[in-house]
Design a protein around this ligand. Structure first.
Ligand SMILES: *Cc1c(COP(=O)(O)O)cnc(C)c1O
Length: 456
């Protein structure tokens, strides 16, 4: 039986939201859709009193011994909607992820600096944790017994972990055969009830939407605007890590298009509160086979977007009908960024290049570097500018992709028709590092070592 629990001592505080299309205000409930027009909601945040004192407070909390302060999400709680009593917070001490410099790639691309905000260093290996801690805490406070999501993998891994911590049931719908097994293994290990649906991600969303209308489950897909409130803290961290001196460009991979929207919301709020003066241009990079926003994008936004049947080996962004496209389009337009698509070959090459810098990431994350190279070639990113990439997930999420790439069995041939720069295919071949099988003989190993170092 899916029942609401009745251990609540008091009603949770209502969270003020506004419809992104018709601006109607309301409470965030059920499907998280506007009661008047059906579009998405966003959380309305108030300018905190004494905003100027917050940077010192947020930084100081990192030295605290309590999990709430140490969390890279909850230490920014003045920027989050007034929710949960401290006791309802479900945290794995997410956030506080590293910002790595990539000086060799920066020099190669003619940039002053290139940084990677590695959100794959979160507790379950993706940025989804930063939003999930807020959504699952709210579910617990509302007395829900089940949380549910449709997922390309990382949302389900994250939700399953936070639900387990909170003692809630976790209902997962994933597209059968279309998620990386590392992510599926996580959902199972954290005890989620996992359904592999005979459909793509967009089909899973459709089924779940109906379930949410018929059973008391709390929806944690990114249409839930609380997810974005947690995810926006990565932008606050970036701003903090750079002492307020934000880069010229921020590149984010785009799937359902919530993360780019969230980071933009965070930065625009910092500006509103007088804490940031100059914002980066936020650009969203999609995979060429799953690029509905890139197709619709014009420099003044995207008036409409046509869904498509998605194809990509970067399964985290294999989405043809992104729910948050209007939010993302608004953020890109407000910061004068752009939206573009990159081929599978460019993603594979970029992933190997990031790997060769000692930073493992998922293929979806590598779309950012592939996009940067295109934007640099087009002159949208200029010589001497400063750029930050958001790496959304960890290499080990999809170890299969990396192995198949190096063994030469990744089916890039299926995408041979995708347009790409002419040098990419040759560069890809040069990046492969297949394991070498040899006899148990030191001479044989040394001979091979000599050959290889002569080539290097
Ligand atoms: C979810 C996810 C994305 C896409 O984020 P959206 O908010 O859906 O655009 C990109 N990369 C990874 C690794 C993800 O898990």
């Amino acid at each position: 039986m899916l029942v609401q629990s009745n251990f609540l001592v008091s009603q949770p505080k209502a969270i003020a939201t506004r419809c992104i299309a018709c601006s109607a205000s309301g409470a965030a409930t059920g499907r998280f859709r506007c009661a008047s027009c059906g579009d998405l909601l966003e959380v309305v945040t108030q300018r905190p009193a004494q905003a100027a004192t917050l940077p010192a407070l947020w930084r100081e909390r990192r030295r605290s011994d309590t999990a709430l302060d140490r969390s890279g999400v909850w230490r920014f709680r003045e920027a989050l909607p007034g929710l949960v009593a401290a006791a309802s917070v479900v945290t794995l001490e997410e956030g506080n992820t590293p910002l790595y410099a990539l000086p060799r790639l920066a020099a190669k691309l003619g940039l002053e600096s290139l940084l990677a905000k590695h959100q794959g260093m979160n507790p379950t290996g993706s940025f989804k944790d930063t939003g999930m801690t807020v959504a699952v805490s709210r579910a617990r406070e509302e007395g829900c017994c089940w949380v549910a999501c449709a997922s390309t993998g990382n949302t389900s891994a994250s939700m399953a972990a936070y639900a387990a911590r909170a003692g809630l049931g976790a209902l997962v719908l994933v597209p059968e055969g279309q998620i990386a097994w590392g992510k599926l293994a996580q959902a199972l290990d954290y005890g989620a009830l996992t359904f592999q649906i005979h459909a793509d991600f967009d089909g899973c969303v459709r089924v779940l939407d109906e379930i949410v209308g018929r059973a008391p489950v709390y929806l944690v897909n990114s249409v839930n605007p609380l997810r974005l409130e947690g995810q926006k803290t990565a932008a606050l961290e970036l701003w903090e890590q750079l002492q307020g001196d934000l880069p010229d460009h921020l590149l984010v991979p785009g799937g359902n298009l919530a993360n780019g929207s969230a980071l933009g919301k965070g930065l625009l709020e910092l500006q509103d509160w007088g804490l940031a003066s100059r914002l980066p241009k936020i650009s969203v990079v999609q995979a060429a086979g799953a690029d509905p926003l890139a197709r619709a994008w014009r420099s003044d936004g995207a008036p409409t977007m046509a869904p498509l049947a998605p194809e990509s080996l970067a399964t985290a962004i294999r989405i043809g009908k992104p729910a948050s496209w209007k939010k993302a389009a608004a953020v890109i337009a407000a910061t004068r960024g752009t939206c573009l698509a990159v081929s599978e070959a460019e993603i594979a090459l970029a992933k190997a290049e990031i790997g060769a810098e000692g930073l493992g990431c998922e293929p979806a994350s590598a779309a950012t570097l592939a996009g940067l190279k295109r934007l640099r070639a087009q002159g949208f990113v200029k010589q001497g500018e400063r750029v930050a990439l958001v790496l959304t997930g960890h290499l080990l999420k999809d170890a299969d992709y990396a192995l198949r790439f190096h063994l030469g069995t990744l089916p890039l041939g299926d995408f041979a028709a995708q347009e790409r720069p002419p040098e990419v295919d040759g560069a890809l071949a040069a990046r492969r590092r297949a394991p070498i099988s040899l006899a148990a003989d030191a001479d044989a190993v040394l001979r091979r070592l000599e050959q290889e170092s002569a080539h290097a």
